[in-house]
Design a protein around this ligand. Sequence first.
Ligand code: ADP
Length: 207
Amino acid sequence: MAVRLVMMGAPGAGKGTQAERVAREHGVPRVSTGDILREAVQAGSPLGKAAKAVMASGALVSDDVVIGIVRDRLARPDAAKGFVLDGFPRTVAQAEALDESLDHAAPLVVVDIEVPTEVLVSRLSSRRICAPGATVCEKCGGKLVQRPDDTADVVRERLRVYERDTQPLVEFYRRRETFRAVDGDQTPEGVARDIAAAIASVLGAKR
Ligand code: ADP
């Protein structure tokens, strides 16, 4: 069965890494609204120009804009079999729009990666991403820099926005039979194992 997955987790929970892995294992695209928006900012497109200041402040881009981005992306042929959503939905309104845009051919699996707040803060403020800049990336030899929104002030704001806008969404999904929470305060391999088991338990139960 095709996997349709929403990967949830606070900033720093590791959802990007885990979403990438699940997408690869299931042969479906990972759709990251954060990546799509960052690419638009880099390209200087009208979308990027509109999103740049909002993202730099740690606030959320408007529901209409991200809903449009995801609708277009999921309409592409490679997403017909399934997808892993990373960073979307982030509000209840976005989740409702997603529900409306999906048929019932496969369940929507929702996995929430749970990590204590103090662990998130220390992970984010020490995170470095690969880009032209400072030290060198062990994986590709490229340069590593801090993501512009990973500075202490903006991290605090992103966590505040998460608590306010996205935590209610976790409660919205938690009531569903297709929701699973996993412990994100363990090694990436441990988290991956628990996510694989969570997905299997949802799809197995639905078969
Ligand atoms: P993180 O989960 O680490 O905060 P992302 O890469 O998912 O980072 O998102 C970075 C920024 O992009 C967010 O702080 C927000 O401004 C914007 N963004 C990404 N996805 C959404 C979304 N679904 N709704 C609104 N804004 C979004």
